[in-house]
Design a protein around this ligand. Structure first.
Ligand code: ADP
Length: 495
C-alpha cells in the first residue's frame, strides 16, 4: 500500500513542465479560449510531424480535415469546453503533411490565478487501432455479402441452440423471413428433415451443452457431413449435404451449419443408375438365352465331329461369359448404390474370414505365398457384425487383384490392425503398383489403370468393394508406388 499524506500539496508539483517536456506518447496542446495554439508538447510534434513554429499562434482548426472544418467541428469543440468544462472527441482526423491520422482527445478548461482561461487538449494517436477496426468492419461487410449471395443455407446457433445468424438462403429454405431469429425453436426447425434426430444429436454433441443423454448417444457415431432429404420452402423435397463445425474462437461456443443443395446432382446420379439398372436387367435374359444356345450348338458340333467350328464356338462362349459377368456386376453395383438390397448381417470372427479367403486363394494360385501377418496389439479373435459373404468378397477381390497385378512377385501379405474404434485389414503386394495420378480414380466404377488395360478385367471389382464396405459404414483406401507395389485397405467399425 502507498502512503498518501492527506496534507500533501499536490498543486505544488510542476505538472505543466512534466506534461510538455517529457511525454513521448501522449500529445498535449494548450489553446487559448478561442482555439489559438499557445503551446505544444514534444510528443505531439513527434507523433504528427509538425515543427513548433508551424503551430504556435495558429488556430487549432488547421489540424482538422476540410470536411470537419466545414462542419465547424473545431469551434464547436472549444464551445463545449467553455460551456461544460471539458469535451471528449474521439476519432477526429488531424492533418499531418496531408496525411490523416485518427486521434482520440480530451480537452479540459483551465483557469489561472489571473482569471485567464485556456484549453488543455490531451491527444492519443489511435490510427493503427482505428485502421484495424475499419479493416475488421470491411472484412465483416465482405463476409456478410458473401453469406448473403451464396446459395448454401448458412446458420449459426449459440450454445443454447438459439439461432443467432441465418443468411438469405437459410431464411428462404426454412421460410423464416417473418420470424425473429431468437424465437426460432431449432428442434422444431428440423421437423420433417430426414435423419433429424441424428442431425440434432450431432450438433448437440458438437456444442457439448444442454444435451439430453439419448441425444448424445444417438449422435455418438456422427463424425462428419450428413446427407438428408427435406422439403424446401415451397414444399418440394430436396437433398442436402449438411455440415457443421464449432466456432469456438469467437466468444462463447457457437455452431455453424451449412446446408448444401445436392438435389440436381442426386437426381442425375439416380437417373444414371436407373438407366444402368434397366440396361443390365434387360440384357440378362437374352444373354442367358444366347449362352444356352451356344451350349446347344457346342454339343451339336461335338456330336457331328465338326471340329473346325469348335474353336469359334468356344470363343463365342468365352465372350458371352465375359459379357454375362460384366452385366451381372453392373446389375449388382446398381443395386448396391441404390441401397436396394439387404445386408445379411450376422456375427462372425474376422480372423476366420481372413483365413478362409487366404486358403481359397492359395488353393487357386498355389505358386503364391499369401501370409497373414500378426499384430501383437490385435487380439486373435475379432468379432464383427456384418454381411460375411459380401465382406469375404471384398477381401477375395483385394487378394485376386494382388495376384493379377503381382508382376511376378509371389509374396502377398494380409495385415490386421485396429485404429479409432475400427478394425483395419490390408492386402500388401510387391507388384506393378499404381501411378500416383491414377490413385484417386482407382475405386471408380469401370476405372482401370492405363498400364493394366491389356489384362483381363472389368474395372468393377474395387468399386463393388467400396460400396460393400461403405454399406458397413467403413472406408476403403489404397497406398501405392508405381513399380514397387500396392497396399489396399478397408476398415470396419467394431461397434
Ligand atoms: P479390374 O481388376 O477388373 O480391372 P478392379 O476394380 O478390381 O478392376 O481394379 C481397378 C484397377 O485398379 C485395375 O484395372 C488395376 O489397374 C488397378 N489395381 C487394382 N488392384 C491393383 C494392385 N494390387 N496392383 C496394381 N494395380 C491394381
Amino acid at each position: 500500500m502507498t502512503n498518501v499524506d492527506p496534507g500533501e500539496d499536490f498543486a505544488s508539483f510542476d505538472y505543466y513542465h512534466a506534461l510538455f517536456d517529457n511525454p513521448k506518447k501522449n500529445s498535449v496542446l494548450l489553446l487559448d479560449d478561442t482555439g489559438v495554439i499557445l503551446q505544444v508538447n514534444r510528443a505531439f510534434l513527434l507523433s504528427f510531424g509538425y515543427s513548433e513554429s508551424e503551430l504556435i499562434g495558429e488556430h487549432f482548426s488547421l489540424l482538422f480535415t476540410p470536411e470537419d472544418r466545414a462542419k465547424d467541428l473545431p469551434i464547436r469543440e472549444i464551445q463545449t469546453v467553455l460551456d461544460e468544462g471539458q469535451s471528449f472527441d474521439n476519432n477526429y482526423l488531424v492533418n499531418r503533411n496531408g496525411l490523416q491520422t485518427w486521434a482520440s482527445g480530451e480537452s479540459v478548461l483551465l483557469t489561472n490565478a489571473r482569471g485567464r482561461r485556456c484549453v488543455l487538449k490531451v491527444i492519443q494517436n489511435i490510427h493503427v487501432q482505428k485502421e484495424s477496426e475499419q479493416s475488421i468492419v470491411r472484412l465483416n461487410t465482405f463476409n456478410e455479402s458473401i453469406l448473403a449471395s451464396i446459395e448454401d443455407a448458412v446458420l449459426v446457433l449459440d450454445n443454447e441452440l438459439k439461432l443467432v445468424k441465418a443468411n438469405r438462403s437459410c431464411l428462404e429454405l426454412f421460410s423464416l423471413a417473418d420470424t425473429p431469429l431468437h424465437l426460432v425453436d431449432f428442434k422444431q426447425l428440423l421437423q420433417g428433415i430426414e435423419h433429424q434426430d441424428e442431425l440434432y444429436a450431432g450438433i448437440v454433441k458438437t456444442l457439448g451443452v444442454g444435451a439430453d443423454p439419448a441425444a448424445l448417444a444417438a449422435g455418438s457415431a456422427l463424425s462428419g457431413p450428413l446427407q438428408v432429404e427435406m422439403p424446401d420452402g415451397h414444399g418440394r423435397m430436396r437433398s442436402f449435404d449438411v455440415a457443421w463445425t464449432l466456432l469456438d474462437h469467437i466468444g462463447p461456443d457457437k455452431v455453424l451449419l451449412i446446408f448444401h443443395d445436392i438435389t440436381n446432382q442426386r437426381n442425375q446420379d439416380r437417373q444414371r443408375e436407373d438407366i444402368l439398372n434397366f440396361v443390365a436387367h434387360e440384357l440378362r435374359n437374352p444373354l442367358t438365352n444366347i449362352i444356352l444356345n451356344i451350349d446347344w450348338l457346342g454339343g451339336l458340333v461335338r456330336e457331328q465331329e465338326l471340329g473346325e467350328f469348335g474353336e469359334f464356338i468356344d470363343r463365342t462362349r468365352r465372350n458371352a461369359e465375359r459379357l454375362k459377368k460384366l452385366i451381372n456386376e453392373l446389375y449388382r453395383s446398381t443395386k448396391l448404390i441404390s441401397g436396394n438390397y439387404d445386408l445379411q448381417r450376422e456375427e462372425f470372427d474376422l480372423g476366420g474370414l481372413i483365413d478362409e479367403s487366404i486358403f481359397a486363394m492359395t488353393l487357386a494360385h498355389p505358386g503364391y505365398m499369401i501370409v497373414r501377418k500378426g499384430n501383437p496389439n490385435v487380439p486373435g479373435d475379432i468379432r464383427l457384425s456384418g454381411d460375411r459373404d459380401k465382406l469375404l468378397q471384398v477381401l477375395t477381390n483385394y487378394l485376386s487383384n494382388a495376384i493379377k497385378y503381382s508382376d511376378g512377385s509371389l509374396l502377398i501379405e494380409v495385415i490386421v490392425g485396429q485404429r479409432d474404434g475400427s478394425v483395419v485389414v490390408g492386402v500388401i503386394d510387391k507388384g506393378k503398383g499404381i501411378p500416383a495420378k491414377e490413385l484417386p480414380y482407382i475405386f471408380n466404377r469401370f476405372y482401370r489403370a492405363e498400364r493394366t488395360r491389356s489384362l483381363e478385367g472389368l474395372g468393377m471389382g474395387l468399386f463393388l468393394c467400396r460400396q460393400i464396405v461403405e454399406a458397413h459404414r467403413g472406408r476403403t483406401w489404397v497406398e501405392s508406388v508405381e513399380g514397387q507395389g500396392s497396399a489396399f485397405y478397408f476398415s470396419l467399425p467394431m461397434a
